[in-house]
Design a protein around this ligand. Structure first.
Ligand SMILES: [Zn+2]
Length: 134
C-alpha cells in the first residue's frame, strides 16, 4: 500500500506526485518547524510545477481542517480521561494545541494530498522529464 506508485507513498514521504522521486518541500520533515512553509517551485527530478497557478493551494486549507480533526479529537479523548466534562474552552485548547503541535505536518500533508488529487504518478517521469501525462 505504501509502495511507490501509490498516492499514499507520495503523500507520506512528501514526494513529487508525478515521479515520486523529488521532494515537495525544502525541509521534507513532517515534524520540523524550520522552513515549514517553503515549498519548492517545481520538482528537482522531473520538473513538475508544484504551483501551476496562483492560489492553487487555497483548497488545501479545507484538507488541513479535516486533518486537524484527528489530533484534536485525540487530545479531547485524553482530556476525557481526566475530566468529567469537556467545556468549549477545553475543546478550543485542544484545537489550538493540536494546531501548534502538528502545524508542520498538517501544512505539508494537506498540500501533498491536494497536489496528489490533481497530478498522477508517471513512472517514466523520473527518467524522462519530457514524458507526457499528468
Ligand atoms: Zn517529480
Amino acid at each position: 500500500m505504501l509502495g511507490k506508485g501509490s498516492k499514499l507513498y507520495s503523500i507520506c514521504k512528501l514526494k513529487c506526485p508525478r515521479c515520486q522521486e523529488g521532494n515537495l518541500f525544502e525541509n521534507n520533515s513532517l515534524l520540523s518547524y524550520s522552513k515549514m512553509s517553503k515549498m519548492l517551485d517545481h520538482c528537482p527530478v522531473c520538473h513538475q510545477m508544484y504551483e501551476p497557478e496562483p492560489g492553487y493551494y487555497y483548497g488545501a486549507m479545507f484538507v488541513s481542517y479535516g486533518l486537524t480533526a484527528g489530533p484534536t479529537l485525540a487530545i479531547v479523548g485524553l482530556m476525557m480521561l481526566f475530566s468529567e466534562e469537556i467545556t468549549l474552552w477545553m475543546f478550543m485548547a485542544a484545537l489550538i494545541l493540536s494546531l501548534l503541535l502538528f502545524m508542520p505536518a498538517l501544512f505539508k500533508l494537506s498540500r501533498a494530498i491536494w497536489i496528489n488529487i490533481f497530478i498522477s504518478y508517471n513512472p517514466l517521469a523520473a527518467q524522462d522529464p519530457q514524458a507526457k501525462g499528468h
